[in-house]
Design a protein around this ligand. Structure first.
Ligand SMILES: [Zn+2]
Length: 212
């Protein structure tokens, strides 16, 4: 796949990539109505009459990442870094996502680090990338991996490290109902993967100064 085709593929929402026709807004609202009735409530009562519209609107926000492209966000780099070649870490990036198994939120923090070679990216762009992948139906593992590979591909750094800590409401509100349980995922490439000292530095920086 050439670079342009690849970019286009990334920008394409997954349902299109899989050739599943996107339902209309009206169809989506009707589906919410069915789910409301399924709970046992009456979708026609006053308090619920506009709920399908609101839910579909909220979905547009929750899942806006499908229409966004991380490689475009990371496109603009800065080369004037005066030989800076050590870790760049953006810590405690808050995010919310929705688990793909239950469509309920998982909420947490991402820590994203890389070792620049020739260029750096605007720091807020790393936070944007987290959001682009978080605002999709996700697993925490895939979210971690997608952030790593987009930074890796865009910046070609000496290494990327990502840690995500999150609380999954599908664990706290339903099923085993383990309040306060958090899930940690990490993924490393390059120098972070190959050099245990750099891995430890990353973990220490992530923890350093944190309230916990
Ligand atoms: Zn779940």
């Amino acid at each position: 796949m050439d670079a342009l085709t690849k970019k286009a593929a990334q920008a394409t929402p997954q349902f299109r990539a899989e050739e599943i026709k996107r339902p209309t807004r009206e169809e989506a609202e009707a589906a919410v109505k069915v789910l409301i009735a399924w709970t046992g409530d009456n979708p026609a009562r006053d308090g619920l009459i506009d709920t399908p519209k609101r839910v579909v609107k909220a979905f547009e926000e929750f899942y806006e990442g499908y229409g966004q492209n991380a490689s475009e966000v990371l496109d603009r780099t800065f080369e004037d870094i005066d030989r800076y070649d050590d870790i760049v870490l953006v810590r405690d990036i808050p995010f919310y996502s929705h688990c793909e198994h239950h469509m309920v939120p998982f909420i947490g923090k991402a820590h994203v680090a890389y070792f620049p070679t020739d260029a750096v990216v605007g720091l807020s762009k790393l936070a944007r990338v987290v959001d682009i992948y978080a605002r999709r139906l996700q697993s925490q593992e895939r979210l971690t991996a997608e952030i790593v590979s987009s930074v890796d591909e865009a910046l070609k750094p000496r290494g990327v490290a990502v840690m995500i800590e999150a609380e999954h409401q599908c664990m706290t509100l339903r099923g085993v109902q383990k309040h306060g349980a958090s899930t940690i995922t990490t993924q490393f490439t390059g120098i972070f993967r190959d050099d245990p000292t750099e891995q430890v530095r990353f973990l220490t920086l992530v923890r350093g100064g944190s309230a916990t």
